[in-house]
Design a protein around this ligand. Structure first.
Ligand code: F6R
Length: 609
């Protein structure tokens, strides 16, 4: 996720900004830049790659001044490059802008400004903000910012500097974090607390819609209409390490709780306003594009492979195209039956997994049309594939994947709808129902977080059991596999997932008194069958935790404990159902004292075979 810093005061702004940006490095980034205002001019310096590259540039070519804004960029619109790095300016260099988030309506604004003669240098959505400010400018910096805010849609935290008003910085936010640090004769802005805690612990945490004007001796905060807002000072008592995790004990927990935002970002701009259609602008396919595709291959590793298993159900149910899912390390060596009628989809959070990259190359060699679903712009896999869908989960730091998985499911569910839309196999009403629920998904995730105390209690109770079984049918089976992987990789409890119907073909022999079984029951069409499986394990005195859907009054009669996820539809409920499984794994690992963020023997990105 991008990082933002801003400074106004009496010290050298670049020194603060370089230090602040280095404190945000842990969040991941691909380029960095700063802008400093001095003697009525704004000087911008940006470099792709590590912060050290920018540091060398600033050292060679100092950027003195007491007011500045800085940014570390995690690419979303446009690849990592010097040009796409922030800050962005208008052509005259009057405004400099740093931005986290997505300007949803940047394209129509860009077209409008280009018609007026504005020239764009980057591929970013952010650059429109700088040109729009220049276009609206009437000598009143704050008024211009407010008018600009009336034009843009999306999610953002923005910090803006104006060469003609070098005594102030203006910042605002919507759905992205922003914090103001209060100093003496100096004030600070950052997207995250670690960037400022070496300088001050007194902060204002900005709320959506607030606009702050920072001068060196004052901070004035108003709402969107200009009414004053009285804010309480929030005193940060966290140490530097806790601050990096946003106050959470581990990155994994922070990332679990970031899922509503990550899902919202992944959905942004991809569903029409009336919820009737998916818009995958980056694909821009027509019915002709997929006319000759008669099968889909999905290949990936680990959690991403599990996302592929869910996608098989999505695509086959909604677009009626046969889907084969294979583990990338198997696919690459099995002399597969892939040809020019195959659409090969590879899924990879990092975009660097060596087996997935090799499988992609193999599918390409065999003539398939290739599509990558990845979280990292400019990654090897994104460069190798014919086309890319990005999940916008932001950097995932914990080894165990959480928000990357749920955003993969969201992107793949959109893709299944898109394919069904294109080949005419998907009923419009069904699609509208799914897309309406998808838009609600971020809000529904919050309801699950309310069950966390129950989950903690189960984890405490069962955390020391040596085996656990996960059961599901249909999409729930694929989700059960992810639940089992999460539990084993971070708590080291032996966990296995089974399709309910497979129990009696062997595994039932392992079910005995006290064995924890986590049974997923979100799928209506196989519900009765699933209940039979629950009865089978209960009859052997297993302890059953049932994951069902709100409104299900029957489930609790058959199981020992229930967790109910919000009701939506059979495609979105499994995305919700995985969240309690992530939390269960997390708290089981805590109970066992395991190193949650860095489980033994595992690495975040597997770039070797
Ligand atoms: C498990 C996990 C791994 C990854 C796998 C693929 O929590 O994170 O199983 O999913 O190593 O990684 P990517 O998605 O980066 O290709």
């Amino acid at each position: 996720m991008c990082g933002i810093v801003g400074y106004i005061g009496f010290e050298d702004a670049s020194t603060f900004m370089m230090e602040g940006l280095s404190k945000l490095e842990y969040r991941g980034y691909d380029s960095a830049g700063i802008a400093v205002a001095n003697a009525g001019k704004i000087k911008v310096q940006k470099r792709v790659g590590r912060l050290a590259n920018l540091e060398a540039l600033v050292k060679e070519n100092p950027n003195p001044g007491h007011i500045g804004i800085g940014h570390t960029r995690w690419a979303t619109h446009g690849r990592p490059s010097d040009m796409n790095a922030h800050p962005h300016t208008d052509e005259k260099g009057l405004f400099a802008v740093v931005h986290n988030g997505i300007i949803e309506n940047y394209l129509p604004i860009k077209e409008e400004l280009m018609k007026k003669g504005y020239h764009f240098k980057s591929e970013t959505d952010t650059e429109v903000v700088a040109h729009l400010l220049a276009d609206l400018y009437d000598g009143d910096f704050e008024g211009t910012v407010r008018r600009m805010l009336n034009r843009i849609e999306g999610s953002y935290s923005l910090v803006i500097m104006c060469a003609e008003a070098p005594d102030r910085l203006i910042c605002t936010k919507k759905d992205n974090p922003l914090v103001i640090g209060l100093g003496k004769g100096e004030n600070f802005i950052a997207s995250d607390i670690p960037a400022i805690i070496n300088h001050t612990r007194d902060t204002y945490i900005m709320n959506d819609g607030e606009v702050a004007v920072l001068m060196k001796d004052s901070v004035t905060i108003t709402d969107r209409d200009g009414n004053p807002v009285n804010k309480e000072v929030f005193h940060v008592s966290w140490n530097a390490e806790a601050a990096e995790k946003g106050g959470y004990e581990h990155f994994m927990l922070k990332e679990i709780y970031e899922q509503p935002k990550a899902i919202r970002d992944t959905l942004t701009g991809r569903i029409t306003d009336d919820n009737s259609q998916v818009v995958y602008e980056e694909l821009n396919w027509t019915p002709d594009t997929i006319k000759n595709i008669n099968r889909i291959l999905i290949t990936a590793c680990g959690t991403a492979y599990h996302a592929g298993l869910v996608a098989k159900y999505y695509i086959e149910k909604l677009a009626r195209i046969p889907v084969e899912v294979d583990i990338a390390s198997e696919y690459r060596y099995r002399n597969p039956l892939t040809d020019e009628h195959t659409l090969a989809i590879v899924i990879s959070q990092s975009g660097e997994t060596s087996d997935t990259l090799a499988a992609l190359k193999e599918a390409k060699r065999l003539g398939a049309k290739t599509l990558a679903v990845t979280n990292v712009v400019g990654s090897s896999i994104s460069r190798e594939a014919d086309q890319v869908i990005y999940t916008l989960a932001g950097p995932e730091i914990a080894v165990a994947s959480t928000k990357a998985y749920t955003t993969q499911l969201v992107a793949l569910l959109l893709l299944a709808n898109y394919l069904g839309q294109l080949n005419g196999r998907l009923d419009g009403q069904v699609e509208k129902h799914i897309l309406t629920n998808l838009k609600e998904l971020p809000t529904l995730c919050h309801e699950i977080f309310e069950t966390v105390d129950d989950i903690k209690a189960f984890a405490k109770h069962y955390g020391f059991k040596e085996d656990a079984f996960f059961l599901g049918r249909s999409i729930d089976y694929a989700v059960a596999m992810e639940g089992a992987l999460k539990l084993k990789e971070i708590s080291y409890i032996h966990a296995e997932a089974y399709a309910g119907g497979e129990l009696k073909h062997g595994t039932l022999a392992l079910i005995e008194e006290g064995v924890p079984v986590i049974a997923l029951a979100t799928q209506d069409d196989v519900r009765e069958k699933m209940m039979s499986n629950v009865k089978e394990v209960k009859a052997r005195d297993a302890i059953v935790i049932g994951i069902g859907v709100k409104g299900d009054t029957e489930l609790e009669k058959y199981v020992d404990h229930t967790i109910l996820v919000p009701a939506a539809d059979s495609f979105t409920e499994p995305i919700l159902a995985v969240i309690p499984l992530q939390l269960l794994a997390y708290y089981a690992a805590i109970t066992r004292g395991a190193d949650v963020d860095k489980p033994r023997n595992l690495a975040k990105s597997v770039t070797v075979e």
